[in-house]
Ligand binder design. Structure first.
Ligand code: 2AM
Ligand code: CA
Length: 279
């Protein structure tokens, strides 16, 4: 597409922004936080806001015509630009607020809804995952590939749960389906890192429903450019706005899909009619 030729410049820009925002998070890590609750357990800290303000300020200065979507409220001003920056200034906020050092900055650039550039930066490990559409994925400049695992019993999976407790109880069904068939299942608390870790072959598969565009815009490109496969739960195309993903090494993606098809995403409807609804 027409913006591909500028992709290297966008990548350099996103890398700089992610590193600077990551430094804000690292500097504030372990300090007391100003926590607000968006829901019963969904929190935001002053660090989320400071990180987003820095990234959005950089974008507005460098690319005033581009559209912006940030988790903490940044929006474009009716921009009709085909380019949109999709930002999670702190993915893994719950970990951060608990002083658990597993979180990142996620910056994606979409061209008419299709990911063009993705950068995910973990400031505690100084790990920067990056990808440009059609040009592969890297970790600190070195190419990464999804794992070659080809059987579920050798697979280390990862997932996450939404913040709504009723929905969580239903989501546990799929966790049980996979748990008895794989090596084990992790929950890191950062969807962006999950996608990058599958891309780097550290984890073999990741499923989740209930994610927002900023959680996945950058990581999904890293995963795909690293040779991972990403779809929805039926094997249809993944979209950043779709809220659902099954991302896996190519050798097990089909088997994960088949298990979801066989067992259903949720337990069969019981006496509880709520079981028939999706979260
Ligand atoms: P966050 O840390 O930026 O909130 C955990 O499974 C993952 O879900 C994290 O990436 C987390 O992002 C994300 N997440 C948490 N609450 C969410 C919500 N209300 N909508 C979408 N994604 C959410
Ligand atoms: Ca966030």
């Amino acid at each position: 597409m027409e913006h591909q030729e500028h992709a290297a410049a966008y990548l350099a820009f996103a890398t700089d922004a992610a590193r600077r925002a990551g430094a804000i998070l690292r500097d504030r890590f372990g300090l007391p936080h100003d926590v607000e609750y968006k829901g019963a357990v969904d929190m935001v800290t002053e660090a989320d806001k400071a990180s987003e303000a820095l990234i959005v300020g950089m974008i507005r200065a460098a690319y005033p015509d581009h559209d912006v979507l940030g988790e903490e409220g940044a929006r474009g001003d009716d921009s009709d630009s085909p380019l949109r920056w999709v930002i999670d200034p702190l993915d893994g906020t719950t970990n951060f607020a608990h002083n658990l050092p597993i979180f990142c900055v996620s910056i994606g650039l979409m061209e008419r809804g299709v990911p063009l550039v993705g950068v995910v930066y973990d400031p505690m490990r100084d790990e920067l995952f990056a990808a440009v559409r059609g040009a592969g994925a890297t970790l600190n400049g070195q190419p990464i590939r999804a794992s070659r695992v080809d059987r579920m019993l050798g697979a280390l999976l990862v997932t996450g749960f939404v913040y709504d407790m009723t929905a969580r109880a239903r989501q546990a069904h799929l966790w049980r389906v996979f748990m008895t068939r794989v090596q084990s299942i992790r929950q890191t608390g950062s969807a962006a890192l999950n996608l990058c870790y599958v891309g780097a072959g550290r984890l073999d598969g990741f499923w989740e429903r209930g994610l927002a565009p900023w959680d996945v815009a950058a990581g999904a490109l890293v995963l795909a450019e690293a040779g991972g496969v990403i779809t929805d739960f039926e094997g249809g195309p993944f979209t950043v706005d779709g809220g659902v993903l099954l991302a896996a090494a190519p050798g097990i993606h089909h088997e994960m899909l088949a298990l979801i098809a066989e067992h259903g995403e949720y337990a069969p409807a019981t006496a509880d009619p709520a079981n028939r609804q999706r979260p």
